[in-house]
Design a protein around this ligand. Sequence first.
Ligand code: SF4
Ligand code: SF4
Length: 445
Amino acid sequence: MRLKTFKKGVHPEEYKHLSEKKSLERLPIPGEVFIPVHQHIGAPCRPLVEKGQEVKTGEIIGQSTGFVSSPVHASISGKVKAVKNFPNPLGVNSLMIHIVGNGEDEWGDLPDETQDWENLNNEEIIGRIQKAGIVGLGGAAFPTHVKLTSPKEKPIDTFILNGCECEPYLTADHRMMVEQTGDVVLGTRILMKVLNVKRAVIGIENNKPDAIEAMEKATKVFDNIEVIPLKVKYPQGAEKMLIKATIDRDVPAGGLPLDVGVVVNNVGTAVAVADAVIRRKPLIERVVTVTGDGIKEPKNVIARIGTPFQNLVDFCGGLTDDTVKIIMGGPMMGVAQHSLNVPVIKATSGILCLTGRTVLKNKEYPCIQCGTCIGACPMNLLPTSLARYAQAGNWQTAKDLGIMNCIECGSCAFVCPSKIPLVHQIRIGKQKVNEMIKREKTEAV
Ligand code: SF4
Ligand code: SF4
């Protein structure tokens, strides 16, 4: 059978074998956690606790300050030691709530479980998702309740569950589909109800045959949920690529999935939704793949939000002597780390530890105008021109060439024979163009 996919993209080596067969393991409750008040796209939270205050697991400790925002919760019980800036894994210092545990993992009162969720109205379900602090767990961290509140003039007819996990090395979603199949399906059905759609598709790349089998078996009784095996290609997990691959719709440049009647959510998000709506549990933990040839025992770890990376690395046997690079996430879109003293946040899908043997070499040479980057770009952009105009400070031309449509997937840089850091240059260009657009808007008022 010919497998579905999207046009262009790249085929980086997968390295999934390091952890794809490793069952989920729960990390022991950490002695302390550092919980950033801003872990999502949108407005940061306002801390609700102060130094010296006792907190219980699951208690809200940071309140949303707008609709596009998401609350944060204590992930252990104990005492607040500080509310101040600490280094975060996104490379900057940010405001965090530092809790020292009391070793009890004493939970605050949770409302009663709701088994008959089908009788809840949509407002109630979205309210529970919002209160639980659920954001997209694929890495984007966009508040889920916002995605579920589409304007009336943009009706949604299809929900797509993203089971691609196309980044090399990462296997967290894979293991959840195999081991938490029931919750993945439950979360999917809850999301379908809220979106009022009659159809859901689950896109899974063909390198996860056990996940495809498990999901097919679990959804067999539902006529309106279809599992679609996909060809293995990066960045198939990007929303626009996944929509094209699964249901052959094109999201317009500058548009969103809802412009073509679609909402996409990640596997981990679906599990968190089931937890929030049925068990009334806030998002206080997530699955993190700790992997790479620089870690002694790669694992898929269930870790409390705010746990220092060091705890996860220790739990996996520690680093090898020749580890040279740590990345949060995968090698294509991940963020390089300078220290293991940063916390797991809602967007931490993996901790990748690489030695000199596997780290991508990055000695840069001049552009040879080969056009390979153009052939790889799934958004049909001209990466070499975008990077050149961005570097030259020609923001208007970069904007005209569609720099804001770049999804920062890294495919262009991956294939570039001259190892030019195209994404880095384009990312800076996007920030500048964004500032320019904001300035123009302010001046126009
Ligand atoms: S230009 Fe942007 S979207 Fe295109 S390949 Fe490069 S990073 Fe990906
Ligand atoms: S792939 Fe690299 S060398 Fe080739 S055109 Fe693009 S930027 Fe230049």
